[in-house]
Design a protein around this ligand. Structure first.
Ligand code: PGA
Length: 250
């Protein structure tokens, strides 16, 4: 059985004080939930303070990005060691906004995934097609390319430590969610692709989150699907009550 995994990606929102406030409210609401994994990903600047709030609770801490380098002259970057020292258990890798606005390609995503494995920080690797790619009938081939790129040179033993987030770009922040059926079909395709790269046993173990306009009003029907193991939530994770409801999906 795959444990449900609900993650909030706060993106470039919240000052340190606001982040601490939101984390406190969340801990009050879901800090003792045990049957599902809960993650929040504030900006790097907020990690140290938020870590103090979530410590010892069920809410885990993650970063939104990470360098594939260890240290040195890489202005503006943050390393895996820094994230671990700040209290992070997880890091989001290859989010579509990183791919689109900061030109991260499959090779960079792959290097980051390998660095995360080497350092022992849990990676959530994002994959997903753009609207024009879906309309051109290329959704599956794009997702397959993202997966093969991200997992290139990674062993099956390591691959199972990685979570995948399927986030169709056209559904992110737009209010348009993939139907639960469409999302589940793509998740099944992702699992089949993982089984082809590794084997059935590895593919069955791996968690696949859905992301893209997940809200308290649609989480239940998404989570009811066989291959949807969790959610990566943007907008609706910025309010404690809506994210708490998402965590407590029925
Ligand atoms: P959204 O973002 O929930 O605001 O659509 C999801 C994401 O980009 O992770």
């Amino acid at each position: 059985m795959r444990k449900p995994f609900l993650a909030g990606n706060w993106k470039m929102n919240k000052t340190v004080d606001e982040a601490v406030e939101l984390a406190k409210e969340l801990v009050e609401n879901v800090g003792d939930v045990k049957d599902r994994d809960i993650l929040i990903c504030p900006t790097s600047l907020c990690l140290t303070e938020v870590a103090k709030i979530v410590k010892g609770t069920s809410v885990k801490l993650g970063a939104q990005n990470m360098s594939f380098e260890d240290s040195g002259a890489f202005t503006g970057e943050v390393s895996a060691d820094m994230l671990l020292a700040a209290g992070c258990d997880y890091v989001i890798i290859g989010h579509s906004e990183r791919r689109e606005y900061y030109h991260e390609d499959n090779e960079a995503v792959n290097k980051k995934a390998k660095k995360a494995l080497e350092k022992g920080i849990n990676a959530i690797v994002c994959v997903g097609e753009k609207l024009e790619e879906r309309e051109a009938g290329k959704a599956e081939s794009v997702v397959e390319d993202h997966l093969k790129g991200a997992f290139s040179g990674i062993s099956g033993e390591d691959a199972v430590k990685i979570t995948i987030a399927y986030e169709p770009v056209w559904a992110i922040g737009t209010g348009k969610t993939a139907t639960p059926e469409d999302a589940d079909n793509m998740h099944a395709f992702i699992r089949k692709t993982l089984a082809d790269i590794y084997d059935e046993a590895a593919a069955e173990k791996m968690r696949i989150q859905y992301g893209g306009s997940v809200k308290d009003s649609n989480v239940d029907e998404l989570m009811a699907r066989e291959n949807i193991d969790g959610a990566l939530v943007g907008g609706a994770s910025l309010k404690a009550d809506s994210f708490a409801r998402i965590v407590k999906f029925k």
